[in-house]
Design a protein around this ligand. Structure first.
Ligand SMILES: C[S@@+](CC[C@H](N)C(=O)[O-])C[C@H]1O[C@@H](n2cnc3c(N)ncnc32)[C@H](O)[C@@H]1O
Length: 283
């Protein structure tokens, strides 16, 4: 009777010393290890439209299967970050076994401090709460146009650009260019101010054209590609089918490059359809 009690008493200080360290180790793992099925790995890469020019980063890379598959199938370079040294070691062995150790790199790093800037494609199989904690870092550090694919877990009010069902749900987001603010737009000899409000890939706003206000509809970013429609606020003679360009919807489609946008504006339909170049600079 007394021996175990004495043993427990003897171990107690040791356990007290060990437990906080164990707890710390557990806390560093924001997500447990669960591998993605190979079929789902392939579909994640298909959804991201990976090609031979991409650089893939897997956040929480486990045994390395996503980075290794991308290297084998597309010949692209990639990095897998995982906090667990055992997983990193396994992933390196798997990369070597697949003959892609020159392309597929694995680093023991925390995804919340790792450098994502090289990525053109990011994959993850984490948890919604972890995705949401990562969201500001993804939006701040990834280049516009970078594709982010998540296995199973979404990002709350950042709606995906695409969703794919393959037994599991896969989500695709395209990092949008940052366009919030005021822009000075030139179309032919017309110049006007455009105010844009941005919520992820969605845009709202208005334009002050001469003395009238135009409202913005269907505003959307697809990476660096921007599209929106301007119409004057309805009013006037709704009965007339004869209307000039000013009364038609103006559809703007262009590309954002830093503080400039360039593209085409389309007015009218059928025989009256016309296109004009436009440019915009940050005001
Ligand atoms: C669900 S598994 C996904 C593994 C792999 N991406 C796949 O799809 O097969 C999540 C991985 O994230 C790792 N992980 C958890 N928290 C992490 C963190 N803060 N930084 C880096 N890796 C982490 C775990 O060790 C685990 O290997």
């Amino acid at each position: 009777m007394s021996a175990p009690a004495a043993g427990a008493a003897f171990l107690a200080p040791l356990l007290a010393a060990v437990r906080p360290a164990e707890a710390q180790a557990q806390q560093r793992f924001d997500v447990p290890y669960v591998p993605t099925r190979q079929l789902v790995v392939d579909e994640m890469l298909r959804l991201a439209a990976v090609d031979g020019n991409d650089f893939l980063i897997d956040l929480g890379s486990g045994d390395g299967r996503i980075v290794v598959t991308a290297a084998r199938a597309f010949g692209i370079r990639g990095i897998g970050f995982d906090i667990d040294p055992q997983r990193v070691a396994e992933a390196r062995v798997n990369a070597r076994a697949a003959g892609v150790q020159q392309l597929a790199e694995f680093r023991q790093e925390n995804i919340f401090t790792a450098d994502f800037s090289k990525a053109t494609v990011v994959t993850m199989y984490l948890l919604t709460a972890v995705n949401l904690r990562l969201r500001p870092k993804l939006l701040a550090e990834l280049k516009p146009g970078t594709r982010v694919v998540s296995h199973d877990f979404h990002m709350d009010d950042w709606e995906p650009d695409r969703r794919l069902l393959v037994g599991k749900t896969l989500y695709l987001w395209i990092i949008p260019a940052r366009v919030e603010g005021t822009w000075r737009v030139d179309v032919g000899d017309r110049r006007f101010d455009l105010a844009l409000r941005q919520r992820f890939q969605k845009l709202e706003g208005s334009a002050a054209i001469a003395s009238r206000t135009a409202r913005l509809w269907e505003g959307r970013l697809d990476g660096e590609r921007i599209g929106f429609t301007l119409t004057y606020v309805p009013g006037g003679d709704a009965a007339s089918i004869e209307h000039d360009d000013a009364e038609r919807a103006h559809r703007f489609e262009g590309r954002v490059e830093g503080d400039t946008i360039a593209g085409l504006v389309t007015v009218g339909i059928g025989k009256s359809r016309r296109q004009l170049p436009f440019t915009a600079v940050r005001g």
